[in-house]
Design a protein around this ligand. Sequence first.
Ligand SMILES: Cc1cc2nc3c(=O)[nH]c(=O)nc-3n(C[C@H](O)[C@H](O)[C@H](O)COP(=O)(O)OP(=O)(O)OC[C@H]3O[C@@H](n4cnc5c(N)ncnc54)[C@H](O)[C@@H]3O)c2cc1C
Length: 514
Amino acid sequence: MDQTSSRQGNILYDWPGEGCESSLKFLDSAQLGPQPYDAVIVGAGVVGCALAYRLSRFQLRVLLVDKNFDVGEGSSKGNSAIIHTGFDATPGSLESELVTQASRQWPTLAEKLKIPYDPCGAVLLAIDDEQEAQLPKIHKKALANGVDDVRLLTPPELREIEPNAPPDVRGGIAVPRESIVDPFTASIAFAEVALANGVDLLLGASIVAVENPDAAVKTLMTSSGKRVTTRILVNAAGLGSRALADAYAGQPFDINPRRGQFLIFDKFSRPLVRGILLPVPTPQTKGVLVIPSIFGNLIAGPTAEDLPLGSPDATCTTKDGLEAVFDGAARLFPRLKGQMVIGAYAGARCNCSQGSYLIRYNDHHPGILSVIGIRSTGLTSSPALADYLIRGLVDNCELKLQEKPEAMDCRPEHRWPGWWRKPFENEDMLRRRPDYGRFTCTCENVSCGEVIDALESPLKPRTLDAVKRRTRALMGRCQGFGCLVALAEVISSRCGIPLESVTKNGPGSELLNS
Ligand SMILES: Cc1cc2nc3c(=O)[nH]c(=O)nc-3n(C[C@H](O)[C@H](O)[C@H](O)COP(=O)(O)OP(=O)(O)OC[C@H]3O[C@@H](n4cnc5c(N)ncnc54)[C@H](O)[C@@H]3O)c2cc1C
């Protein structure tokens, strides 16, 4: 295997048209260098990004590829953003093992990688006799999963934690280590460290064919006809994993999107709860939760609706779905009635009929790893899953690991640390950069200077959605009504992109077309 130097990785976009400057464009396979990669990870969701981050500590040539035009654009952007303890997982399952392991890693990881994280805790509420009868069983399951800090609560104890719980609540369970996190920054942070350690990142490139899956060096082809060679192929493509497995004739499995819809409440609602409110799960679903968001809003959701694979509606919200969310959340938390909804979104879980966390090494071909059905807990498990996969690649796929002493394990400092910094509050910064005082988004107080810093940050975001997830512009009460054009103008002028070519999320979503 190649001995790689500590060079920073390349970021390239396979971007037809003018929505991205030519210096970032992937025009020719030669830009990736003459040597095959040691590993190509297809899918830059939180799972692929975490794997790239962990692999970047070793002397390996690694490429992370995604068909979308930012990292974390699949299931990883439309979830409940909870770092689960695993208290309700199936004891003895791989999911339980990885989630419980990862939940203990997250506090340190979040600090190292500057991922906003809040160990706000959760309470599970029983609101009728039937649910109350379930509590001892759920408590026992939590203990079997090694989550030993859970405790049964009487109604007065529960109301002490959550004074706005329903007046007739029958009891509950406290789960103190359930936490919330910024799900967007998670994928971004993993990918940024990977990039700093030399991993290359290719966005906007859909892998549509694997030409010689049995060969020691495999050739992958993108939808634009460019080729990438690699010794190991990791299929971490989420809902795209079925189509990708077809490209190398992997073993059979069935997946479908399980849609989850959410309502976002205004920031005034946030003080009404202390932590996450969980319903008693049914055999079919975990139910609708009330979740504080790390950004200061309150979220209600998700639904669990199975749709066919390839459904164009997998991430659409519906009237019925949002009504079900509201009704479910209001049963758990009656004071939600009368709170102001400012937005809604939906995410699609990768539901696999053969079970969750289906990991196949040498999937019909040597050196191909399929990671399938990371359905409901992948945000939490991603760091532990990445380590598990690396051990498996060493044991099963002849991956050789040699530490890279110069590799960094913390997110590198750069001018754009994230949306939580408010540079206009710092007089020195404001004096040096007056653009920190010129606001692009007034709902979330995002200055033009912060947008510029985000555009110049290591992953070079170039779409409105990518900048939104980094800065929170477009995410406030007006949901972009007041700042969309201003944001597009900053992207256009800073990156030299014609205004009409600035896109929501890549070619085909040009601002002035939609
Ligand atoms: C409603 C909902 C609520 C959830 N709540 C939580 C929670 O609170 N806590 C938690 O831990 N987890 C939660 N999850 C689960 C979590 O979001 C997922 O497990 C996780 O995001 C899966 O990450 P991934 O990287 O496997 O998939 P994805 O994020 O979907 O990434 C797969 C990537 O592969 C790319 N891709 C696909 N095909 C190709 C191809 N051929 N070529 C190139 N790229 C390709 C896609 O563009 C995509 O970016 C929730 C999920 C949903 C939907």
